[in-house]
Design a protein around this ligand. Structure first.
Ligand code: ADP
Ligand code: MG
Length: 697
């Protein structure tokens, strides 16, 4: 695109536009709010709103919306027009500071986990000035948070923003200890790599399971899968290339730095990686990216699948959350430095992450739990459900040398000392070889690889921000009172490595030996959502979040309820869809094919010499017995759905879904998939895996 510099961010009310369009004082006041989280003066809001409206109207916009991220996991908007009637019967276009700052969507049908009693079902949205307003579908979108009137968070953004404040505060305390007086703000940064599938829209529409559940509930393996490894980084098909081009352009207009797009491991699977940014903004951008992917696919006769596991037996989709911590002066705090002091600081931040991940494995695991992701984590696919950290051999050796006082450089017998030695520069390549680790250090950031493709990145990031902030606060408490800073720093790092090194694992995370080894180390292995989520409301974790004012205990319980309910709802819809497909599509198709076979057998009997109908008889026998079996399995599945209604407790209900409903679904599927391999293609009621995966145009 020739005009890229002008197109990039053209639909965003960004810094450049603000500078151009706002009076200097207003701009400075707004900037202060954005950079330092200062609250905004109402008189300023009016000026900003007016400038925003004029800018938007010039771009053909007539409506505005407060854009927010409720607990449904997708974004929500309620459109209002700028139009306001005048006394003489005309209209003017208006947008006040009040409308910019606060909105009242009818929120009673968003999940609240019992937080809002029905008599007070209202919630409100409040502008988040740290994320730029933008134009989408001819509508001015104001990024907002969503709260109840009691002030309880009902969305995914509020806890994330709170956690950004907390890590800012604690990281600054540490920086001051190292004599840094210039940094005024610390933020975390994220670059989420988004995986997705593209399938033909017409084929997609023929599958009730894809339309209703986002994944195939049935489907025999295609003769060819991903074993040839010919899709990964292979040439991109023209239709897909056209989709990617338009996607890039639309994202650029929204100021999203989409950078690399390539094919992934599975056929029809692709990935988009943006350039990283502030976690708060990156979260908005990832939501927008997913929305744009779905919308733009439609324009190309495609359907974008964001489900974690659209096809059994084929790689699922994840989202790698690359995370780091940076100062406003541009220093990446997870990057080894050039001087002994910088390295001591790096080692302290690294130790904080190691301690945090070890002590809060449960929270990290719970933060990525969902019915869809259960098909990946701990199932036959990467990464495993056990949290561990990959540091690479070099950094691990250095930590060991520090901890034990043994030689790091064997030749010269050098023992690494904190605050004395400069770390060797490890080439970035050597740090990223292990693709099996769920939480890998990749030279200057950590890559959390357990996220499912459809997940909002808010959850894992407010957990990361908070747990690391907690450790930093503990470290700061110790070091602020120290009389021998370097000595105490040394001790602290040594102690942390010693107590938490069990979380470090550089080997193959997919191996069975690791499962055994992790158990010996006392690491958690939570293989399902139902096992992981209860940890979210353990005493330890409630204490953590309430201490840092990320959540109240009530907010945490409500989130737990919502997530558990969501798990049950997903399984319920999947099970109902399965039963529906069996009864309305699969069994009728098999019966039709059986008819063909019986007619053929009868015809043969009447022919001279009565040729053998052995084939027909054989097939008929098998089909009859399999379809009878499918009918029984489906009846059992439906019975399980009746039984599950009797539980009052959400945990019991979810357990039942996992142990009985899901098991019944697996059994039903197995029989249907076997039938699929035996019934004539033109009889089978929906497109099979080979069509979906290899006919993308
Ligand atoms: P790869 O070699 O796998 O492409 P990169 O380092 O180029 O890895 O980037 C992977 C993702 O990590 C990109 O989205 C990138 O923007 C992001 N990333 C790079 N540095 C940081 C950082 N300091 N903080 C957060 N994300 C980062
Ligand atoms: Mg990656």
């Amino acid at each position: 695109m020739k005009d890229l510099p002008n197109v990039f961010g053209s639909m965003v009310f960004n810094d450049k536009v603000m500078k151009e369009r706002l009076p200097k004082e207003t701009y400075n006041a707004l900037k202060k709010t954005m950079d330092n989280g200062k609250s905004l003066d109402p008189s300023i809001a009016n000026v900003v709103a007016n400038a925003m409206k004029d800018w938007a109207i010039e771009k053909g916009v007539t409506h505005f919306t407060h854009w927010f991220q409720p607990m449904t996991g997708i974004t929500a908007e309620k459109h209002d027009s700028f139009i306001s009637p005048t006394k003489d019967g005309g209209v003017i276009m208006e947008f006040s500071g009040k409308e910019l700052v606060k909105g009242e969507p009818d929120a009673s049908s968003f999940p609240s986990g019992g937080l809002r009693a029905t008599f007070e079902a209202r919630g409100y949205t409040a502008w988040d000035p740290t994320s730029y307003a933008f134009i989408k579908d001819d509508t001015l979108c104001i990024p907002t948070v969503f709260c109840s009137y009691g002030g309880e968070a009902l969305d995914k953004k509020t806890p994330l923003m709170r956690s950004m404040q907390v890590i800012n505060k604690q990281a600054l305390r540490i920086l001051r200890l190292f004599g840094n007086t210039t940094a005024t703000r610390v933020t975390t940064t994220v670059g989420p790599e988004q995986e997705y599938f593209l399938v033909d829209k017409k084929l997609y529409e023929q599958r009730e399971d894809l339309v209703l559940c986002g994944r195939t509930l049935f489907g025999a393996k295609a003769p060819k899968g991903q074993e040839m490894e010919d899709h990964y980084f292979g040439t991109i098909k023209p239709k897909v290339a056209a989709f990617m081009k338009e996607l890039d352009e639309e994202l650029w207009k929204l100021g999203i730095l989409a950078k690399t797009e390539h094919n992934e491991v599975a056929p029809a699977q692709h990935e988009l990686a943006p350039i990283f940014g502030n976690t708060n903004v990156a979260t908005d951008h990832n939501q927008l990216t997913m929305e744009m992917m779905k919308k733009i696919a439609q324009r190309h006769g495609l359907e974008c699948l964001l489900h974690e596991k659209p096809f059994a037996g084929v790689n699922g989709s994840g989202k790698h959350n690359n995370w780091s911590i940076s100062t406003d002066t541009g220093v990446n705090l997870l990057e080894p430095g050039d001087s002994p002091s910088e390295n001591a600081q790096f080692l302290l931040f690294l130790s904080a992450v190691i301690k945090a991940v070890d002590e809060y494995q449960d929270l990290l695991r719970a933060s990525v739990a969902s019915a869809g992701n259960d098909h990946r984590l701990g199932a036959n696919e990467a990464p495993p459900a056990i949290i561990s950290i990959f540091l690479g051999d070099e950094l691990t050796d250095i930590l060991e040398s520090i901890e034990k006082g043994t030689a790091y450089n064997k030749k010269e017998q050098v023992v690494m000392k904190v605050g004395v030695h400069t770390l060797p520069r490890f080439p970035r390549d050597s740090t990223d070889r292990n693709r099996t680790s769920p939480f890998a250090f990749t030279g200057n950031k950590f890559e959390f690889r357990m996220l499912g493709s459809s997940l909002s990145i808010s959850g894992p990031n407010f957990v990361l921000n908070t747990i690391v902030a907690e450790e930093l606060s503990q470290f700061a408490d110790i070091l602020e009172n120290s009389e021998d800073f370097t000595g105490d720093l040394n001790k602290l790092i040594k102690k942390t490595i010693k107590e938490h090194k069990r979380i470090i694992f550089n080997g193959n995370n997919y191996s069975d030996e690791w499962v055994e080894e992790a158990k010996k180390r006392g690491l958690l292995n939570l293989t399902s959502t139902v096992d992981a989520l209860p940890y979210f409301i353990s005493d330890k974790n409630i204490q953590l979040f309430t201490k840092h004012k990320i959540f109240t205990a009530a907010e945490m319980h409500s989130r737990y309820e919502i997530l558990m309910e969501n798990y049950c709802k997903v399984l319920n819809i999947e099970a109902l869809t399965m039963a529906d497909m069996v009864k309305k599509q699969i069994l009728p198709a098999v019966l039709k094919y059986e008819d063909l076979l019986s007619e053929s057998a009868l015809r043969k009997q009447k022919l001279a010499g009565a040729p053998s109908a052995e084939l027909e008889t054989e097939l008929l026998k098998k089909l009859s017995s399999l379809s009878a079996c499918l009918y029984k399995k489906t009846a059992a599945l439906e019975q399980a759905l009746v039984d599950v209604k009797s539980f009052g407790d959400i945990k019991e209900e979810a357990d039942f879904y996992k142990d009985h409903v899901f098991a019944a679904m697996q059994e039903t599927r197995a029989v249907a998939d076997e039938l699929e391999t035996m019934v004539g293609e033109e009889y089978w009621p929906y497109p099979t895996y080979d069509k979906l995966l290899f006919h993308v145009g």
